[in-house]
Write a protein that binds this ligand. Sequence first.
Ligand SMILES: Cc1ncc(C[n+]2csc(CCOP(=O)(O)OP(=O)(O)O)c2C)c(N)n1
Ligand SMILES: [Mg+2]
Length: 802
Amino acid sequence: MIKEKVDTSLTFEDFKTEVLNDYKIAIISRECSLLGRKEVLTGKAKFGIFGDGKEVPQLAMAKCFKNGDFRSGYYRDQTFMMAIGELTIAQFFAGLYGHTDIDLEPMSAGRQMGGHFVTHSLNEDGSWKNLTQQKNSSADISPTAGQMPRLLGLAQASKIYRNVSGIPNADQFSINGNEIAWGTIGNASTSEGLFFETINAAGVLQVPMVMSVWDDEYGISVHAKHQTTKESISEILKGYQREEGTNGFEILKVKGWDYVDLVATYEKAAEIARENHVPVLIHVNQLTQPQGHSSSGSHERYKNAARLAWEKEFDCIRQMKLWMIAINIASPEELDAIDLDAKKEVFEAKKEAWNAFINPIIEEKNELIAILERVSAKSTKKDEILKNISSLKNIKSPLKKEIMITARKSLRLLIDESDKTELSNWITNYINKTQPKFSSNLFSESDKNVFSVKEVLPEYPHNAIADTDGRMILRDNFDALFSKYPETLIFGEDAGNIGDVNQGLEGMQEKYGELRVADVGIREASILGQGIGMALRGLRPIAEIQYLDYLLYAIQIMSDDLATLQYRTVGKQKAPLIIRTRGHRLEGIWHSGSPMGMIINAIRGIHVLVPRNMTQAAGFYNSLLECDEPALVIECLNGYRLKEKMPLNYGEFKTPIGVVETLRTGTDITLVSYGSTLRLVEQAAKELYEVGIDCEIIDLQSLLPFDIHHDIVKSVAKTNRLLVIDEDLPGGASAFILQQILENQDAYVHLDSKPQTLTAKAHRPAYGTDGDYFSKPSAEDIYEKVYEIMHEANPSKFLSLY
Ligand SMILES: Cc1ncc(C[n+]2csc(CCOP(=O)(O)OP(=O)(O)O)c2C)c(N)n1
Ligand SMILES: [Mg+2]
């Protein structure tokens, strides 16, 4: 009976073997959790968050998870990762210890705390592996529900691959769009807006997503009654249930300790999603947390005796065991033997992982001790150095930090001694060797990073004049790109039918179809996630955020997910997503913002490009599609109707990234700016020239990366004066720009006047033309600020203005 429910093609022996194998994985995973907590309590690991109490449903999910599929989940999924063969016991512990060797700690080489899972999508050189031949997990992040937006894109990619033809190398990423994106989330995290936003979008888009909610009734200490209306996510999502003739979800509910029902439920879910591209939500309830939420704190503080007793009884592994005994899959003795075996295996692998982690550090410690002993023999500070040696020797399980502290403090003692090179060299080498383990891969280190792009200038017909609306240049360039790269697609509010709010995509949907040029709901965070997910599966999405002001809805996911992706996977995953938006100057508080300081500080790991016109913007898109990195491109809102020359080589001309452009040469002062403000700077410079002040104007073009050739300092060396003009608030992006010029480029040595910034007011820009004039830097402000600087330098030549 039960056998039939699980799989009719199996013999009882096969079935038994499979169940026993599952059981063993569950026991191994549980033992990892139990010992993992001990490792934290004894100080060998810093923090632990484990999957105990969630083992059995994850076995069921793993059975239906096929090659090519993707997971986007959270920190409870260790059993699943073990069951699909992507996490060994030793790797589990290596993660807990923070081992920095990617071969031994493949989840993040110690950058993320344990419980944050990932598989490797990229080869050593940054090129794609064949993702259809492996089981895939996108890289976890800690912010609750942060896995949701990208889940949408991972699922949508299947739909694109199934329905869009001509995508190069499609078979590396998909087989006819048959891949499911599997989401997991805790019950409490479904309270987040990102969850609801994504669920709604998946219902609209009809994508192959299977969403599991692991419901243990708690979110740390907070009970479901404070989290979820009616205390049941499946209950309140009932309106999403698909019906005859509607879109929507299939919603299933199953007890988390019922192995048989779980297996059947997951099989059903997979079939619906994989074949029909219908999203499925599985509410897995009655789960437990045997050890509480994490290694910090204990659940006895907030669960009453009845709940704790229920959790003991309905522990999913216990229930699985009882069922196995009841239907004679195994005797209690046989199961005890498996338990014992599994425990031994975990114990041994843990030891192996610890030795692999600590032994190289002990070697480093001994290396340093040997050097210090040699140094001390010749030093006048012998006693103090010996004291340092003895404290270090006393540390049985040293950290790299402790080694460094000892070395660096000892070096200070040798300040006035001649024989310190061995120690100082050792420290330098140690830092050079160790720092990259913590700091590499913020950006792509492949040969397709943004620095690989060679500039290609726009070509113009002879005698071309600036008579074309900027938006038409963008449109015709997008046209060239969509036909050149079939893997490119764009989506955003109003991006489809009307071709975006400024008609930069006019006619594109008609030409390239609704899947490649798409309208989407008003949901910036999941638009962004859609892009991340699709980019993770080899497509080249352009996610459009209608206005820069609304990027804030998406900035969390840009910051936490996209910007950290290459870093947190040590370059093992990439999502070369282009984010297109428009901003800086239009009308009023929520259509004129330019919070560039906030943005560049939130998204290190994503390039930030600020073209002053649409030819440059188009050139950036052309460059970015040749690279493997994510970038934000901010078009000037007031530039779509300004006239530019029409280039001939659409899709081909390329704006270099990280390179500034000198728009005007001059000798008296260097004016640095970007975007819409440049038009005012140019106007002011013209007027200043009439009174004998000759300005040099530099367009930054990209804020990140920043002036990679250090051209600004060359200008300052000539003019000896510097003014940064920016429409962000005081101390916003202008502070970053000054820091780069003064500190990284050492421009201070050339300055004859105080380096200054001219920015918008600290408040949001007020409405209308006057609101703009009195909120943001105007041409007159720029004129007067420059004049003031020149007046101070030469008061007899430049008389006081006021
Ligand atoms: C945005 C955000 N807020 C708060 C936290 C801290 N936090 C981590 S887990 C958690 C509770 C999650 O509970 P649930 O979703 O039910 O998952 P469970 O741990 O119970 O499996 C909280 C509040 C976080 N990681 N991210
Ligand atoms: Mg919970």
